[in-house]
Ligand binder design. Structure first.
Ligand code: 0GY
Length: 306
């Protein structure tokens, strides 16, 4: 076997002992955005990857799920695994119906392979436009993929920087599947929540019935985590953005941990605190039930009881 690659310089590992959340998640809560990394010895990382992470496999993911009071996961293919979906599919299969997957595929993927992914629990593909993570994909290739996955009833998960939305918006609007946007389209939270950039994003969401993950406050925040003084209200500068989306689109918002939190540079979040953050962005029981249970169940486990 070839030698294992060392982690990227200054890589931050996931938080080993997350706190007990103060917020009790409603039964049936779905974490719609998490990843698995390897383990590398079993599932090697892709040669074209832009980073080499620490291991973060299915056993650790399921342990976190149980610790936080989460019922189900949607495991999104991480770019460090390229278009080799084996680690993600292995995790989804091992979850025994309690996980779905989002794959990365190439345009030449065949019908049999797509059906195999579908049978394993994959329900969508991710199109990634974040330049530090992937080489650019020609829009024609993405259209081909979209055409192939649409008949399966899958959706497309879009990951982009907010500054790139104006040039991508028309392409997104033409896609033939439901759309889900990661991390609220990565707003610049130093801008006003009613400023032109976020207003444009909200218009795009409204016009195209887009689903929005109000995830990753730790990635978007400039104010950062709380001081280590027992305060559990973190990432306060992101709250107005997430709350606005939850209030305007209560039936199309989704939440996720983003564990194992790739490519963070300043700090690694305590996943217990990320759960407590939910109470600040979805402030009523009804909002939280939609965000955490009803919406993701409708999208990923339609027809199943919560
Ligand atoms: C995220 C965000 C990032 C990375 C990936 O697949 C990935 O590598 O998604 C990032 O670096 O912003 O959603 O985990």
């Amino acid at each position: 076997m070839s030698a294992l690659s060392p982690k990227s310089p200054n890589w931050l590992d996931w938080y080993a002992n997350p706190s007990e959340p103060t917020l009790r998640l409603p039964p049936g809560t779905v974490d719609t955005h998490c990843h698995v990394f390897g383990p590398q010895a079993e599932f090697p990382f892709a040669p074209e990857r832009k980073y080499t992470p620490c291991d973060g496999g299915k056993d650790e993911l399921f342990a976190l799920r149980d610790h936080l009071g989460i019922a189900r996961n949607v495991i999104v293919q991480a770019t460090c695994h390229g278009a080799d979906n084996s680690a993600m599919v292995d995790a989804v299969r091992a979850a025994d119906g309690r996980a779905r997957g989002i794959a990365t595929v190439r345009p030449d993927i065949g019908a049999a392979e797509l059906l195999e992914l579908d049978a394993a629990g994959v329900r969508g593909v991710r199109f990634n436009f974040v330049r530090r993570l992937v080489d650019t994909s020609p829009e024609d290739d993405l259209r081909t993929i979209a055409r192939k996955v649409a008949p399966l009833g899958w959706h497309i998960v879009l990951y982009f920087e907010s500054a790139d939305l104006p040039e991508l918006e028309d392409f997104f609007a033409e896609l033939p599947t439901p759309l889900v946007v990661d991390h609220m389209g990565r707003p610049d939270v130093t801008q006003p929540v009613d400023g032109p950039e976020f207003t444009r994003f909200l218009r795009f969401v409204d016009a195209n019935d887009v689903w929005v993950k109000v995830s990753c406050p730790e990635r978007l925040s400039v104010s950062g985590p709380p001081a280590l003084n027992g305060e559990r209200h973190a990432y306060t500068d992101v709250v107005p953005f997430a709350r606005r989306v939850v209030e305007e689109f209560p039936d199309r918002v989704l939440w996720g941990t983003d564990w194992p939190h790739p490519n963070l540079t300043a700090h690694m979040p305590d996943d217990g605190l990320l759960v407590d953050h939910v109470a600040h962005i979805a402030v009523t029981d009804e909002q939280r039930h939609k965000l955490l249970v009803a919406n993701p169940m409708g999208l990923y486990w339609p027809g199943e009881d919560f």
